[in-house]
Design a protein around this ligand. Sequence first.
Ligand SMILES: *Cc1c(COP(=O)(O)O)cnc(C)c1O
Length: 374
Amino acid sequence: MMIDYNKLRVRIHLDNLRHNYRLFTDLHDRVIPVIKSDAYGHGLVEVGRALEAEGADTFAVGFVHEAAKLRRSGCAKRIMALLGPVDDADVQALWDHDILTPISHRAQLERVAEAAEKNGPLAIGLKFDTGMRRLGFLPEEVDEVAALLKGTRLTPVMATSHLASADVPGREGEVALQAKRFQACLDGLARAGFEVEANLANSAGGMAFEHCRLDSMRLGIALYGCDPLEGNGPGLGKLLKPAMEVSTPVMQVHPLKKGESISYGWTFTAERESMVAIVGVGYADNYSRSLSNAGEMVIHGRRAPIRGRVCMQMTAVDVTDIIGEGIEVRPGDEAWLLGGPGANPITPEDLAGWWGTITYEAFCLLGQNPREFL
Ligand SMILES: *Cc1c(COP(=O)(O)O)cnc(C)c1O
């Protein structure tokens, strides 16, 4: 949490997270919860604790210092830092906090191997670049990497790679190509006598492609309750329950006459006699200005469309139809930006769609507001 100057309430439903986790442990022996970037805004330590109690034996975060933070919070399980060490402090932390991290290029391997001369033997992972073109050794480098490792105190215990388009319908061929390249890496390590735990799948990969599940799966977005396949995959997606809800108070309710415009730039003009509610949220709270005239909120279980520009700390919504149903809207009532009561809550997909982004970004940004854990 970083933002503390507003009235937002981010509710994290840890029971829903646990439910989502169990759906996958019913499917596969080892699910590695991905709790990087403050658990996609859901709370690194709290989510880690909830899933540790549920039986998770490995957690994945991003940078090494996130892993160290999780360790210092009391996590006793295996912690994996997906992004690898980037400076001397990170390298030392691998020993100090017992962190597993994939090594992804030669200079990094040499640096960690040198530290091992002083600090003692270390179990590491190896990251292979099978097509994402971000981090990792190339598959054709596997024999060279294996040979390099032989002269060190480093033991590879995990091999990992990342899928580029597992969530895009019709891209099975590309997923299969990456899986094939990854298998070549695993074969190379086996030839060198290294036995490793193999993981390739993210949420979409694990849900859509059984052949990608391998020894363990690294699951993020699905644990937070979003179906990365947006209903196009096998049944599991519909069983996921969103873990984050966000609300903020209504500040004032007043009429907007037919022909009157509202908010900066007067970008919305009422075409009928209307009632608007001014709600205490804006772009300073990571509620994007791109939701101007596009998004909706939920008030008293009904949808209220955003009118005019989202401001720094305020947004106007149209409550004419809600009041028209005989439901009063008053200052202090709760307006829901995400989730909410009633039959028509704001789904993460709704919000991300209006916002022009993906659910991951909406979670990471809104999760920086004051949170409570239920
Ligand atoms: C973030 C991340 C994941 C999790 O991806 P989801 O789509 O959220 O399941 C898995 N692996 C790596 C390397 C990642 O960076």
